[in-house]
Design a protein around this ligand. Structure first.
Ligand code: HEM
Length: 410
């Protein structure tokens, strides 16, 4: 049954969920693109789970669905929660609704325009080449293999983020470990792990103090020293903004580099096509976003008013969880959805979400991953996986899809 009194139990938090996610999505979608689901660990805390493209697209654009989990609480309830010291989620644009969302997003978006991203291209190309030099040397000194995820994808993503935010190179190792652990530990249903959140806060606090004293040409310096008082963020907003950018931008881009490389290596004709024609890098990025996009499920939404999605009635106060990964393989939306094909046209996807919360770093991620792929195919044209692809595993954690490692032979 598909009504709220009989939720479908879906084991989204299982360690091996990503290995079988698309079978689960296909089965659910065949019943209905919008079902009422709950986790085995959280009985009675159901939510509408969206696996169909049309319903997902509509939900992401519907302003009756709020991102602020406290949107329906009264002033009195909020004050009572504050008195009881109930921990609240960080004050980020991702968990805010207009007009607050608009103000927070405006404060940072200039660093992510296509002009800003184009200015970063030479730096990305230089770093990608440099990282492959180092990895090649390490492979030569070792057993001839490299873990592409940890030697190339993560460091490239972190270096690019460091250029934008202005954090010192000496922080890379610590931030790398922290962000990988955070990506595994937090989900749209459990929120961030408190211990990891505290560690990230320590970094962001140090960064704010650093930029207060010695500003540079970077986003955090501009946020700490705004041109006008009306653009100023509170200390809490500033910290939350930096935390969000690290959480949203680091692991996702790195996972996409690894997933795209694996997809291409397991489809050798497509790897060869990209090697011979670098113009195919952008289509390869888009097809990987559709096929193995790093964001499996979006942020939980809360219905502020009744609405209809996929012919289901959503009541005020209901929770709604969109799965871009499932929507992107909806056979009602795209032909032969489980086939990876960089030549496919058109291939619209929701991997960067939609509506007002569409990914602010999408242009950056697209450029960075395309550069990572063309540098790889140019420098290591004969690249192959160093273990049978069937042995590779996805990290646990339902919100994000990323490989645990990607051993390759240059
Ligand atoms: C391949 C890499 C990336 C993917 C797949 C991705 C995906 C997404 C998705 C799906 C959302 C919306 C979630 C929702 O609607 O609930 C989002 C939001 C966001 N992303 Fe990304 N992202 C990527 C890279 C980045 C990068 C590099 C940055 C910046 C450094 C970034 C910054 C943000 C921000 C700030 C938001 C919140 C936007 C808002 O609430 O208005 N992302 N991203």
């Amino acid at each position: 049954m598909l009504d709220k009194s009989r939720p479908i139990v879906v084991d989204l938090l299982a360690d091996d969920f990503h290995e079988r996610a698309h079978t689960v999505y296909d089965e659910l979608r065949a019943q209905s693109p919008v079902v009422f689901a709950e986790l085995p660990e959280q009985p009675g805390r159901g939510f509408w789970m969206i696996t169909g493209y049309a319903a997902a697209d509509a939900a992401l654009r519907d302003n009756r669905l709020a991102n602020n989990p406290r949107a329906l609480l009264s002033e009195k309830q909020l004050a009572a929660r504050a008195r009881a010291q109930i921990p609240e989620p960080p004050h980020t644009m991702l968990l805010a609704d207009p007009p607050e969302h608009t103000r927070l997003r405006r404060a940072a978006q200039q660093a992510f325009t296509s002009r800003s991203v184009t200015a970063l291209r030479p730096t990305m190309i230089r770093h990608a080449g440099h990282l492959l030099d180092e990895a090649e040397q390490a492979a030569r000194n070792g057993d001839g293999t490299v873990d592409l995820l940890h030697a190339y994808a993560y460091p490239l993503s972190l270096t690019v983020l460091g250029e934008i935010l202005g954090f010192p190179d000496t922080w890379h190792t610590g931030l790398h470990d922290l962000a990988v652990r955070a990506a595994t530990a937090s989900t749209p249903l459990s929120g961030p792990d408190p211990a990891l959140r505290e560690l990230l806060e320590n970094y962001t606090r140090d960064l704010v103090l650093l930029k207060r004293d010695t500003p540079g040409d970077d986003l955090v310096s501009r946020l700490v020293h705004p041109r006008s008082g009306k653009d100023a963020l509170s200390d809490g907003e500033l910290m939350a903004m930096i935390g969000l950018l690290v959480a949203a931008g680091f692991e996702t881009s790195a996972s996409l580099i690894a997933s795209a490389t694996l997809s291409l290596l397991t489809h050798p004709a497509q790897w060869a096509a990209l090697r011979d024609n670098p113009d195919l890098a952008a289509p390869a990025v888009e097809e990987t976003m559709r096929y193995w996009g790093p964001v499996e499920s979006a942020t939980m939404r809360l219905a502020l008013a009744p609405l209809e999605l996929g012919s289901r009635r959503i009541e005020r106060g209901d929770r709604v969880l969109v799965f871009p990964a499932a929507a992107n393989r909806d056979p009602a939306h795209i032909t032969d959805p489980h086939r990876f094909d960089i030549h496919r046209r058109p291939r619209p996807h929701l991997g960067f979400s939609g509506g007002i919360h569409n990914c602010m770093g999408a242009a950056l991620a697209r450029t960075e991953v395309a550069i990572a792929l063309t540098t790889l195919t140019t420098r290591w044209p004969g690249l192959s996986t160093a273990v049978p692809p069937a042995e590779l595993r996805w990290r646990p954690g339902m919100g994000l899809r990323g490989l645990r490692r990607l051993p390759v032979r240059p």
